[in-house]
Design a protein around this ligand. Structure first.
Ligand code: NAP
Length: 271
């Protein structure tokens, strides 16, 4: 029997990048998967992932559009998932944005959208799925935060970094609140992974090299490594792990920052 046989999982922001890898790995372990996305341009990618998952892993999958920062859309998304796949057993709050704006140019709109997508979404989705999880006395909620939850990482984008610290602390608060119902709430904190989110930043070869050298493992992380950690936290092997921030970062957050870890060039990119 597979680790997550017949569980129902909802992965937010699963049309591409880390979320797509998470959806795939959960399905590989036997879970039926709902793939959330938000922008029309990602519909095709999400549909392709659904087809691929169904063909390869013999599970059910669905695609569901919603902006996870808007309550009405979140409620509608979860209604749809419940009707199609059943009650959500595993919620992965992966959707996130990291607008590259320096502090002095940061607009109120960017601040609000970042917090809406990276923090408020966790409140909205978790509260909605927790109702059924409490009744069932079973649930796993996994939030994708970042090394930025713990450190001021590069590039220095204060709205993003502080939103990830908030998401991490929210994870801990919910773990205390919901643990008594046999709901585990944990977070996974990736270091840099070369997805669309970092494309512009990593385009510069010297920045890419700096990222690699700053990491104790001397390499970037991969989408699959993050997905493997999510599978572990969603499995029964992790049933006593609650309120934990599992860093998948090659040891970056246990290392004292070195002066060469920050490049002036990178600042120029933002200013
Ligand atoms: P990505 O490639 O930019 O993908 C972002 C995903 O989030 C897309 O599926 C996007 O949907 C979705 N999304 C964005 N806003 C949304 C909203 N309001 N409602 C629903 N979905 C929304 O990003 P990624 O690198 O895979 O990042 C995934 C998570 O890992 C994020 O939380 C990020 O902060 C975290 N993380 C990433 C890195 C890294 O280096 N990549 C490092 C640490 C942490 P559409 O396709 O529809 O736009």
């Amino acid at each position: 029997m597979k680790k997550l046989e017949n569980r129902v999982a909802l992965v937010t922001g699963a049309s591409r990048g880390i979320g797509a890898a998470i959806a795939e790995r959960l399905a590989e372990e036997g879970a039926h998967v709902a793939i959330n996305y938000t922008s029309q341009r990602s519909l095709e990618k999400a549909e392709m992932l659904k087809e691929q998952i169904e063909n390869r892993f013999n599970v059910r999958a669905m695609v569901v559009k919603a902006n996870v920062g808007i309550k009405k859309e979140v409620d509608h998304m979860i209604d749809e998932v419940e009707q199609t796949l059943g009650n959500v057993d595993i919620l992965v709050n992966n959707a996130g944005i990291a607008p590259f704006e320096s502090f002095m140019k940061l607009t109120e709109e960017t601040w609000d959208t970042t917090y809406q997508t990276n923090v408020k979404s966790i409140f909205l989705t978790s509260q909605r799925v927790a109702k059924k999880m409490i009744e069932k006395r079973y649930g796993k909620i996994i939030n994708i935060t970042s090394t930025a939850s713990l450190l001021v990482t590069s590039p220095v984008i204060p709205h993003y970094i502080s939103s990830k610290a908030a998401a991490s602390h929210l994870t801990k608060a919910l773990a205390i609140e919901l643990g008594k119902y046999n709901i585990n709430i944990n977070a996974v904190g990736p270091s840099t992974v070369a997805t669309d989110m970092c494309q512009e930043y990593l385009e510069d070869p010297s920045i890419l090299e700096k990222e690699i050298q700053a990491n104790p493992m001397k390499r970037l992380g991969t989408e699959k490594q993050i997905a493997d950690a999510v599978v572990f936290l969603a499995s029964e092997e992790a049933m006593q792990i609650n309120g934990h921030l599992l860093m998948v970062d090659g040891g970056l957050t246990v290392k004292a920052a070195q002066p060469e870890d920050h490049l002036e060039q990178e600042r120029e990119l933002l200013l």
